[in-house]
Ligand binder design. Sequence first.
Ligand code: SAM
Length: 297
Amino acid sequence: MGKSSKDKRDIFYRKAKEEGWRARSAYKLLQIDEAFDIFSGVAHAVDLCAAPGSWSQVLSRKLYLPAVRSGSPSPPTIVAVDLQPMAPIEGVIQLQGDITSEVTAKQVISHFDGQPADLVVCDGAPDVTGLHDLDEYVQAQLLLAALSIVCAVLRPGGTFVAKIFRGKDVALLYSQLKLLFPEVYVAKPKSSRNSSIEAFVVGRRFDPPEALAGPGGLQSLLAGAQERLFSDNGDQEAQLLVARAVPFLSCGDLAGGDADRTYDLDPETYVPLEPVQPPTAPNYKTAIALVKGGQLQ
Ligand code: SAM
């Protein structure tokens, strides 16, 4: 697909290039903030599954740069982590690693010793296979890894935002989140296509239960929720009740553009823009190297 046809098909893709965001995903976090004011009172933050880095850019622009400009003696700590390398972002400490591994989790946690995070965001997504059950399962594993990190770094009262796939087991995720956050919402930003099952959970007022403190605390807490919800051979009524107890909010300005619509571009004024940050380690680099080495036709 050429640049202009993608620009035409996707208003947020074009807008992101105009406004200097590395990815259209930036608008998802910005629109979640419009509805939930997630940056209010926040200094320290973690961005899990952060590449190419548009959410980290949002954190840098909303938290780090204003603090530095106002001469704050202790600027915010912002840590971003992803499997992929990322180009640098002002005020963001970058780690490359797998958030489901203990080593990476410990690296993230080490930056918040004595100064817990106020906000943890996670836009993690596996490479989608199209097999919905598998994709949903891997996504849920990412969320669980994110929650382990949350339990180690987030201050009581803090906020957690994470991407989920609204599949058939979503009630279980909600009930597990409810064990940690008294307020749980599901947000669907206007910049997220309606055709996509992705949505974002927003957990507020982090309230870690005492059971978390023991060894394997989080795992047994979450397993307990699973036991309760799926006892009696899968109590569908209980699942429905949980799902209904989590308010759903569509967020983002109605006039801000529709992610599912195609917009005409004015051929007189339209200027194609280059990506804000070309990929640092795209898969096609390997293919090009193989072709150059005569190993691939
Ligand atoms: N929020 C990002 C932004 O605004 O630029 C976009 C994130 S992208 C939708 C999903 C990211 O999740 C990918 O960069 C992928 O590498 C990362 N990811 C998937 N599984 C991961 C894992 N186990 N550990 C760390 N990152 C992971």
